[in-house]
Design a protein around this ligand. Structure first.
Ligand code: COA
Length: 383
């Protein structure tokens, strides 16, 4: 009998050259470049190019890619018209699943054959379109649910700057733009996590890229994956203050409930992305005390209280532990944290979509059957 591993733990699902992760040493690299360097020196635009094409762009290549992204941000007016009929109380992740799938209806798809030149041109064009428009959809929805007309994208701003502008309707703050850009870089790719696997499985059927990304967004929406960033801030608010952490944590662990933003299938040390985000937190926490300062202090107290109790199991802060506090500082509502994750991860998903198509075989795992032995059908009047 084939050995069954719950959650497919440790089972390779593909051969990939997109990112490398060493969970014992806390190393994450995209195409060979450590994320610490990328967060410090790169931009989301350049990182997206790197993930999609495999190499860092030359200055001219980057300029062209950046311009193409800027020129592709707008969506057709009928997308906005359709969005007007969506329930304003719905979660933005649901809006995103629907609108990303809907964008596919505007672009008749060629049949992918797997690896031809036409395939590559189509994959390049669709990757650009989806990455460019994800932030537009999220920020349009933010304005629409506040009862406002959405802002048109601004071509003079970077991806991160334009996103903050469309979310808030103000010229973006330079420090927040820098931090948002780094957040987008840090969330862009993470090898074969649940949503990327979902994208690969959907891609392997030769479904179109909008269907691929829509499936991945649905997978990211779960709290054990992308939605943990929203749960973390809700949890910190629920705790209230640093002095309440110890009691709260003990009760929570006795009740066998998870601590949001802690633990990871692959990392057995602190997630390197959490280390970078925490440093950004240091920069902004000085600027504002009040609620954000309290959230940050509570998070730090919780991290140190968890070190004794969960550290021995290899459970440490993951990427979601500090990201939500940063987004709160930028004035972004709680339920938009996971959509920001999706905006960024679209770059990694598209890279995996391309990689899957270039060497495709449909996913079709097996199972260990544990059901009833074969038996005769009993007509309903004899049961
Ligand atoms: N809070 C409390 N205990 C946790 C925990 C958490 N956040 N994460 C893991 N553990 C415990 C598990 O219950 C298990 O305990 P046991 O050995 O006594 O049964 C042990 O630590 C090992 O867990 P592990 O096998 O590493 O977890 P997993 O791979 O099945 O699950 C997650 C990984 C991410 C789903 C899990 O850590 C979790 O639910 N985290 C909270 C949600 C979250 O932040 N998700 C975002 C991930 S980026």
């Amino acid at each position: 009998m084939t050995e069954y591993k719950p959650g497919l733990e440790g089972i390779p699902a593909t051969r990939s050259s997109i990112s490398f992760l060493d969970g014992k040493k806390g190393i994450l690299a995209y195409r060979g470049y450590r994320i610490e360097e990328l967060a410090e020196q790169s931009t989301f635009e350049e990182t997206a190019y790197l993930l999609l094409r495999g190499e860092l762009p030359s200055a001219a290549q980057l300029e062209r890619f950046d311009q193409e992204l800027r020129q592709t941000r707008r969506v057709k007016y009928n997308v906005r018209e359709i969005m007007k009929f969506m329930p304003l109380t719905g979660h933005p992740m649901e809006m995103l699943i629907v609108t990303v799938a809907m964008l596919g209806m505007f672009y008749p798809e060629p049949y992918l054959s797997g690896g031809s030149e036409e395939d590559q041109a189509y994959m390049d064009a669709m990757s650009l379109r989806i990455i460019a428009r994800m932030a537009t959809l999220v920020s349009m929805w933010e304005q629409m649910r506040r009862g406002n007309d959405p802002f048109l994208p601004r071509d003079d701003l970077s991806y991160a700057g334009n996103f903050l502008y469309m979310m808030n309707g103000r010229d973006p703050d330079p420090l927040f733009t820098r931090i948002m850009d780094a957040c987008l870089v840090l969330h862009a790719e993470h090898e074969i996590n649940a949503s990327t696997f979902s994208a690969m499985v959907t891609a392997s059927t030769l479904a179109n890229p909008n269907q691929v990304i829509s499936a991945a967004i649905g997978t990211l929406a779960g709290p054990l994956h992308g939605a943990a960033n929203q749960r973390v801030v809700e949890m910190l608010k629920d705790i209230g203050s640093p002095d309440k952490v110890e009691d709260w944590l003990d009760k929570r662990l006795v009740a066998k409930q998870v601590i949001w933003g802690m633990g990871h299938r692959e990392y057995k040390v602190k997630d390197p992305r959490a280390i970078i985000l925490e440093k950004f937190m240091d920069q902004v926490a000085d600027q504002k005390s009040g609620e954000i300062g309290e959230l940050f202090a509570t998070a730090r107290a919780l991290e140190s209280a968890c070190a004794d109790r969960l550290g021995p199991k290899g459970v440490y802060p993951n990427v979601d532990f500090y990201s939500g506090i940063l987004y709160s500082q930028m004035g972004i509502p709680l339920d938009q944290f996971t959509p920001i994750f999706a905006v960024s991860r679209a770059a990694g998903w598209m890279a995996h979509w391309q990689e899957q198509i270039q060497a495709n075989r449909i996913f079709r795992p097996t199972q260990v059957y544990v059901g009833a032995a074969q038996r005769a059908y009993v007509p309903v009047d004899q049961r």
